[in-house]
Every structure is written in structure tokens, then in C-alpha cells.
Design a protein around this ligand. Sequence first.
Ligand code: ADP
Ligand code: K
Length: 445
Amino acid sequence: MFNPTAESMPVEKLRALQLERLRACARRVYERVPFYRQRFEERGMTPDDLRTLPDLARLPFTRKSDLRDHYPFGLLAVPREDVVRIHASSGTTGKPTVVCYTEADVALFTEVVARSLYAAGGRRGMIFHNAYGYGLFTGGLGTHYGGERLGMSVVPISGGMTERQVTLIEDFRPEIIACTPSYALVLAEALYARGHSPKTIPIRYAVLGAEPWTEAMRAQIEEMLGCKATNIYGLSEIIGPGVSQEDANEQNGSYIWEDHFYPEIVDVETGEPLPDGEWGVLVLTSMTREAMPLLRYWTGDITRLIPGENATGRSMRRMDIIRGRADDMLIVRGVNVYPTQLEAVLVTFPQLSAHYQITLARAGLLDDVTVAVEVSEGYFKTVGPELLEEGTPPAGSAVDGLSRQVQHRIKDTVGVTVAVRLVAPGRLPRSQGGKLRRVVDERPA
Ligand code: ADP
Ligand code: K
């Protein structure tokens, strides 16, 4: 562990610390942020009414729209002059939201990322190829500072310019890399195109996050790069990447650094708190932030807290993978579907690659879902000419047969009927290091 005192603190001590920090945070925002004072007053509450941790659930959620309504600096709990850094979310959904950091916030960000990179396998002296985007996005700078804190040699390559990335991986021989899972696949393909194999690729650890991914995708990345891949999770509103992280020796859920970020799981529909083990929306309170602490921030991310003992001796709880965002959920003929569920089916076909895209269109009153997926290079060699024809493949052809198989397996495992379109390798958009848009919504507004 990077910080064993914190990470393996006895649970009773951790709960006491959380309550103390929660109350202090509530008092700060009550005094300094008019938006929060009003929230307390509307409920007839003061910070003193937070006597136990479950009391927190008496307060309403803070939502992304609250940040937009107070754009850019309306939720600051410190004078604007005390802010040393400003980031903005990548704006996957709508207009970006602004987040601010004091010096202490940057130090906190650095600490939790150092913990995360250590859990991911990073150690002092390793070369760290950091392919998260640098800039307004929190990913690049956040992991950069944490990497330096750990004492690694950080290469701030950022996203994009894949050929150059491959050259630097060949020349610097990094043992650890951070990027989105979709970009890890792009890099793997580019390394293979230069004749590399898992044995010649120096990377031993990949720290992947910023977008949903699955166990099947992990297996594929680990096999291609010959490395251990772990999940890093975070969001700019809370701090950035490093809210939670998996341990490379366990790979079974991401530890939430809950001495700083207090987690709740709530029902998507009712907002009621759910017990550990149940799936719902992750709600986070950034108890120790100075510039812009948020109470009960609705992340929109669907996950669960994993019940039971862990294998690393940490006292903090683990969260499962993000099944999707509450707003990313596809409703196909009444069935709730997350893109990752479709992905999990696609990767069971050796003839297919991991590059896919989902298109939503309106057919009459109903939504039509098409899943386009690139076939593997190997399969393309056998059916190439058929695939290059535009339009529906002829009935009885190999491509038609495979599309039907994929469609049936999706129906059997996910419970929805979607159209499946197989395309040649390289046809679908690639991640440039940032988030990849998996779902294209062509429905009229
Ligand atoms: P946004 O994408 O909302 O503009 P951010 O760049 O801060 O803002 O991204 C945060 C979001 O990215 C999270 O709320 C979550 O949906 C997604 N995300 C981050 N890390 C992961 C991860 N490891 N797995 C799945 N989703 C993730
Ligand atoms: K390797």
C-alpha cells in the first residue's frame, strides 16, 4: 500500500473519521456556499443534524445541473484567489462543468492518485507512459502528479499521435501505462502492426478508466499487451481519476478512498439508499475538498459496493465495474440495456474485434438499435469480398450467418433484438486517447 495507515485503518476508526469529516464539510459549505445553506434551510436542517452517517441521506442530491446553474465559480467555498487550478469535465453529456482546486486539493488529488497507481502495480523508479489527455480534462494532470509523487519517471505523452506513442514505448520501455481501455486496444494494434508481441512489449501494468469496460475487454487487453490491467475510476466533480482503484493482485473491484470520498448507492428511480451489494447510482460526498466540496453528488454511474472481505487487507470498500451511466442506459422495447452488456456478448465471438458502435434510430414509435462491429483481421481474410459489399449480406452467406448468430446470442443473454452489422477492420471510429462515443443517437429529439 502507498499509505497503509490510511488504507488499512480499522473500520470503526474509519467510520468515526468519516462522520467527523462529513460534519466539518457540511459546516463549511453551510457557512460559505449560499446554494448549500439554502438546501439545509429548505429541509429545516443545520449541519448539527448530521449525527450519524445515515443522516446524510436526509439531504438532497447535488446534480450536474446545479454545477451548470452556478457556472463557473458559484459553488466555491473559498475566495476565488485561493484557487490554484481549474479543470472542466470533458462534457460527454452537454456543456462542460467547471471544477476548482486549492493547493490542498491538488495535494489530495496527488495523494489519492499515488495510492491508486501503487495499487495498480506502479513503483518508484518505473517509467510511466501517461496517455491520458492533458488539458482541461482531469485525467492527464491528475495521474501525472500522482505518478511523480510515487517517484516514477512520468512521460506526459497525452492522447493521440499513436505512431509516436509506439516509438516512445519502444525506446523508453515503460513498465506502466495509463489511458482509456479503448485506447489501450488501439495502442496494442499499433504495436502489433510494428511486429511486436506480448513478449517484446515492455508494459507490465495498464491503469485503465474514464469509460466503461468489461472483464472480457480486460482479458483481451491483458493478452495482447502481456500485462495486468486494473480499473481506475473518478470524475472531475469529485476530484478526477483516483476516486477508486483496483489492486493488481486482486482485480476484483476498485477501492474507494473513502477517508476522503464518502460513497452511497441509491435506487435509480426513488433515490433511496440501498444496502451494500445492490446495484444503483453511486453518490459521492467529497468531504475533505476545500475549493468545491460537494454533498451527495449524483454521479449517474451505475455500480454496487462489493460486500464481504477483500484479499488485500484494506478497510475501504470496493465498488464493482460501472455498468453504465444512468443516462447511458438504452431502453430497447422496454428492456434496460447497457452498452457494456452488448460488448460482453460481442467479445465471445473470436471472429469479431472489440471495436463496435451502437446506433439508435426511430422506426415508427419504436426505437431501433443497430450494433456495428468490426470483424477480426483473421476472419476478414476469409470473407473480405462479402464484407466490402454495402447493404445486407446475401441470405445464406457466411457473413449473414455470423450476424444472425451474434443477434441470437444477444437475444439469449441480454433479452433484446438488435440488428447486427459486420464491417471490415478499421471502419469504425477509434479513440484518440479521449472517451470514445459508443452510442450514436439518431432519434429525432
Ligand atoms: P464527463 O465524462 O461527465 O464529461 P469526466 O471527464 O469527469 O466527465 O468523466 C467522469 C465520468 O467518466 C464518470 O462519471 C464515469 O461515467 C466515467 N468513468 C470514469 N472512470 C470510469 C471507469 N473506470 N469505468 C467506467 N466509467 C468511468
Ligand atoms: K508485456
